[in-house]
Design a protein around this ligand. Structure first.
Ligand code: ATP
Ligand code: MG
Length: 137
């Protein structure tokens, strides 16, 4: 079993799509090991996305991610990292495959509904950023 870290981003929470997205996560067979609501400060968003520091979209990304509440989750499944990224679809909703979450719920490359870790090392960092070991049930 593998764990990955997921966020339902402020656009999807604001549009009341969190319930539908969580349903899709359960339907896909993930175990939700931890879940809570959070409202990131700009500094927390900058720390979380530090890997993108210096990129042109870093200011808008961190502004957006701290613009409203999000739902953070620890997901577990066989091959959870790839499985969750496959369910999310491509970063740009316009390029995401039919049936993916970003196709269905995203509206632009910035407001793309969900986040997922992209590798084991980023999953470990991101899970630790939001959850302590005791939170994972
Ligand atoms: P995420 O990390 O949010 O799961 P991702 O791994 O598919 O998305 P990254 O390359 O890590 O994509 O980019 C992080 C986020 O930054 C994207 O989800 C998107 O919201 C934003 N982003 C990436 N590229 C661009 C871009 N060219 N213009 C605007 N925003 C972008
Ligand atoms: Mg990424």
């Amino acid at each position: 079993m593998e764990r990955t870290f997921a966020i339902i981003k402020p656009d999807a929470v604001g549009k009341r799509h969190a319930g539908a997205i969580i349903q899709r996560i359960e339907d896909a067979g993930f175990a939700i090991r931890a879940m809570r609501k959070a409202w990131l400060t700009k500094a927390q968003a900058e720390g979380f996305y530090a890997v993108h520091l210096g990129k042109p979209f870093f200011p808008s990304l961190t502004e957006f991610m701290s613009s409203g509440p999000v739902i953070v989750m620890a997901l577990e499944a066989d091959g959870a990292i790839k499985k969750w990224r496959d369910l999310m679809g491509a970063t740009d909703p316009a390029k995401a495959a039919p049936g993916t979450l970003r196709k269905e719920f995203g509206s632009s490359i910035g407001e793309n509904a969900t986040h997922g870790s992209d590798a084991p090392d980023t999953a470990a960092f991101e899970l630790g950023y939001f959850f302590a070991g005791v939170d994972l049930i």
